[in-house]
Design a protein around this ligand. Structure first.
Ligand code: FE
Length: 330
């Protein structure tokens, strides 16, 4: 988990044994990862939550696993019910528990005791009841989860992405000394939700692609070849329907944005949605062009130029071999 710690600020808004024992002011430690790293596969996997049925509150007696939450964003918050800094964050956790309900976001609390009264699970249940907490709570009396997460401070918040990786960590009171933690964490949650809308990548080896694709499609998608103008079967297709990636099947273009470019290649003025294709700089053939690839399998589709019709002024010049056409149902 240490690898995600990038910046550390200090003030005084966490509960930590060391600080209490030493009689020191507690520290408020904000740790964040570089936003550029947010989509990186290098981020640490969130340790699985461990606990028996009896250790869970608000889950109908069933353990909740992060594995079962794949594809959705999870907010994990470690707390101890007598920790004043944890209590200060409670209203925000309750707000978060419903704010992105439609997007499947869930707040999951892990209660790890610090003081003697916190060791009795009955007291944790009473605290949850009295404070109207309805989101899941894992009573981590043995500290097993605390240890697995290499936890140090109460409270600590983690944003776990749809891929099960820890994207962000906040330690301490969210608004201690106007720290701005609420907005900061919410931005990270929103970014994690936005990432769930991106297509899941399709990854195959060169051999696997070669085995499943027709030769021309393989050459275009995987080696960025270009079919000869007027040679494909879709440049003059005028039927209503959807054009999918011939490699992975992702929907890429609609017939409603197809136009007659006179080039001999199927041409569209926009992709079917913002996440369908990705654009890359391409300096091959002695020209500066913008390559268009499928966002799911990375397959080369063609190029996009600035000489298209309204409303976008763009011309997505695609290879027929990179597309498969699905006629609209009547
Ligand atoms: Fe694809």
């Amino acid at each position: 988990m240490e690898t995600i710690l990038k910046t550390i600020q200090t003030s005084s808004a966490i509960c930590a044994t060391l600080a209490i024992v030493a009689g020191l002011f507690a520290l408020n430690v904000h740790s964040r990862i570089n936003p550029a790293q947010a989509a990186s596969p290098q981020l640490p996997m969130a340790p699985e939550l461990v606990g028996t049925n009896a250790q869970w509150l608000n889950t109908n007696g069933k353990p909740l696993t992060l594995n079962s939450r794949r594809g959705k964003v999870t907010i994990i918050e470690f707390f101890a019910f007598q920790c004043s800094n944890c209590k200060a964050n409670l209203a925000t956790y309750k707000k978060w528990a419903t704010k992105w309900e439609k997007q499947g976001v869930e707040v999951v609390a892990v209660h790890t005791p610090e003081l003697p009264a916190e060791r009795d699970p009955k007291n944790v249940a009473a605290y949850a009841r009295e404070n109207g907490i309805t989101f899941p709570i894992l009573i981590d009396s043995s500290g097993a989860n605390w240890k697995n997460w290499k936890q140090q401070y109460w409270p600590t918040i983690y944003v776990v992405g749809a891929d099960g990786r820890v994207r962000y960590q906040w330690q301490g009171e969210l608004e201690y000394n106007n720290a701005g933690g609420t907005a900061q964490v919410e931005r990270q949650i929103e970014a994690a939700i936005a990432d769930t809308r991106k297509p899941t990548k399709v990854v195959k080896t060169e051999d696997e692609w070669q085995r499943i694709l027709p030769p021309m499609t393989f050459e275009v998608l995987r080696h960025a070849e270009t079919e000869n103008a007027y040679s494909g079967d879709l440049w003059d297709n005028h039927e209503a329907g959807i054009y999918r990636c011939a490699g992975c099947g992702l929907e890429l273009f609609s017939s409603t944005t197809k136009f007659e470019s006179g080039t001999g290649w199927p041409s569209f003025y926009q992709a079917i949605n913002r996440n369908a294709v990705e654009e890359k700089s391409d300096y091959t053939m002695g020209m500066e062009r913008t390559e268009v690839v499928c966002s799911r399998c990375g397959g080369h589709l063609g190029h996009v130029f600035n000489d298209g019709p309204r409303p976008t002024g763009l011309r997505y010049c695609m290879n027929s071999a990179a597309l498969s056409f699905q006629k609209a149902q009547r």
